[in-house]
Design a protein around this ligand. Structure first.
Ligand SMILES: Cc1cc2nc3c(=O)[nH]c(=O)nc-3n(C[C@H](O)[C@H](O)[C@H](O)COP(=O)(O)O)c2cc1C
Length: 313
């Protein structure tokens, strides 16, 4: 059982310390651990060139990226792991761009529903299957690190980190919102915070090897969403509210001056990071193609003619 700790912060600063603290505990719980700091890595953004999907559709065992930078080495470490602990700083209220660059290049290319469908085709044709490491059921934990004293300056930190779960259908077992670091000075001085991170490491280590439906571990604040445990609720003008991270719907309740959300079981079962949730998106895309492609063919000449205005501007 291998746990990969990734820090998107500065070398030997807060994210590093907190991720390493989680890894120390994971190691004590019996895991093999590896730590990577990405600060000096070159991980450019996704250019939407479709190289990864074309490579998959052409029957390659690997789903790689056209850009040859440090992405591939980090992706390989991820494929090898059974659990991942990510610590990343909040920049401008959300998670640092390097994390999103890595996520954008790694995750959508490995959408589980697409990969399952691709393997079904290959099996029928007797072709070599995709790399088995892409299908591991992994457990995750997240640490969002912010300098600001108030939570509103780290509002998108943890919600953004949880976006790393859905394409691979990963299950998160805990998170820590480590804000107020400006006043803390060094996390080393905050024993409670160090313990929270250690608890994450232990939870990931103890979850690995168990089927998802047998693990209901959660380490951290409960929050409101029963899946990602964030409290970022989207209002849509009725009592029906949504967790924008997990894409699930609940009903807003008001009792004794307190607001809460009731989340039906069927909704929890279709969260973005589940096979049901990821298939919903896969089917949505398949249906889009059916609508879009005939429209583009039918209007080919008109679009080409109109495009001149935009291209020449
Ligand atoms: C460009 C930039 C923007 C930042 N924006 C925020 C912010 O919006 N909210 C916050 O709490 N901290 C913010 N910070 C502070 C960092 O989150 C904080 O210094 C954190 O400890 C960095 O992680 P590290 O120590 O592991 O490098 C910002 C830092 C930088 C460099």
């Amino acid at each position: 059982m291998k746990i990969l700790g990734i820090s998107f912060g500065r070398k030997n600063e807060r994210c590093d310390i907190l991720v390493k603290e989680a890894l120390f505990a994971a190691k004590e719980a019996g895991a093999e651990v590896e730590f990577v700091n990405t600060m000096k890595m070159e991980i450019t953004h996704c250019h939407a060139c479709d190289f990864c999907s074309r490579q998959r559709d052409k029957g390659s065992v690997e789903i790689g990226c056209a850009f040859k930078d440090d992405y591939q080495a980090l992706a390989e470490k991820y494929y090898d792991c059974d659990g991942v602990i990510i610590g990343a700083p909040v920049y401008a209220v959300g998670i640092v761009g390097q994390f999103k660059n890595f996520l954008d290049r790694l995750c959508p290319a490995h959408d589980r529903a697409n990969m399952i469908e691709e393997n079904k085709k290959r099996e029928a044709e007797g072709k070599e299957l995709l790399d088995a490491r892409y299908f591991k059921d992994r457990y995750s934990a997240y640490i969002s690190v912010g300098g600001a004293q108030t939570h509103n300056w780290v509002a998108f930190g943890l919600p953004m980190l949880h976006l790393f779960d859905f394409s691979f259908c990963q299950k998160c077992v805990g998170h820590v919102d480590a804000y107020d670091q400006g006043r803390t000075g060094s996390p080393i001085l905050d024993k409670e915070l160090l313990q929270k991170c250690a608890d994450l490491g232990k939870a990931v280590a103890q979850s690995i090897g168990n089927p998802y439906d047998e693990v209901d571990t959660w380490v951290g604040d409960d929050g409101d969403c029963p899946v990602c445990h964030n409290s970022l609720i989207a209002l849509h003008g009725t009592e029906d509210v949504e967790c924008p991270v997990c894409g699930i719907w609940g009903k807003l309740k008001m009792a004794d001056g307190k607001v809460s959300v009731e989340w039906p079981k069927e909704q929890i079962a279709r969260a973005r990071n589940t096979t049901i949730g990821i298939y919903e998106h896969h089917d949505e895309i398949q249906n889009m193609i059916k609508v879009c492609v005939p429209k583009l063919i039918e209007n080919k000449d008109y679009i080409a003619q109109q495009m001149e205005r935009y291209k020449n501007f």
